[in-house]
Design a protein around this ligand. Sequence first.
Ligand code: ARG
Length: 254
Amino acid sequence: MKKIFAVLSTLIVLSCFSCAKKNDVVKMGTNAAFPPFEWIEGSEVVGFDIAVSHLIARDYGRPLKVVDMNFDGLIAALQSGSIDFIAAGMTATDERRKYVDFSEPYYSSRQTIIARADTNDISSIADLKGRVVGVQAGTTGEGYVNEEIDGATVKSFRTVIDAALALKNGAIDSIVIDELPAKEIVKRNAELKIIDDDFLTDEYAIAVRKGNSDLLDSINKTIKTIKENGVYQKLSDAYMPLDGNVKILSADEL
Ligand code: ARG
């Protein structure tokens, strides 16, 4: 009898443990100044990555909590356990792979250049030599300009939106940042323009803590499923529409 009780109580403890875990939120970290992937609309963080994260959390069976922070603090936050995954238009680089595990890529991007609309002496990345170039701290664009552009004075900003302000008021000559956020920023600022050049591609992926294969497998499954069942296309149509009119999808429209 005693034995049965012991077994029963262990079972109860175990099952309650897993039900408590089920209700625990899964925390996604991002830097919400990177439209159309993530930005703040009213008091809410919205965007393509947020929509994907809702689907990830749903498949993983946990409520989602979005944590907005500086881009260059995301990997440390993941390592310390204050977030569980990163969805921030983050490029899967070999350097970052030393600290995190990446999902399958979910978006192919490239870097581009923003300048003031009246600039006529910058037509390619080579023209940034000796210029003042704004970048977002911790990004692949920052690394590229530091390593590849001779004599450029690199100014790192907390967000690309801060960099755009500096560009408008003449503190910097240009910005190097991912293409779609660049386009969104130019769309919102008539005094800025894009300078089209092909110099660096980026494959975006979701990052998890090293060894967290339980979550990583689930994320990879979600990415595969939405690419196959049309949901990925629906998200692209909403957040990256050809006519430029971005539509925000609520969690229950996904
Ligand atoms: N793709 C670039 C990188 O991984 C920039 C990402 C910036 N993301 C953001 N949410 N601010 O370095």
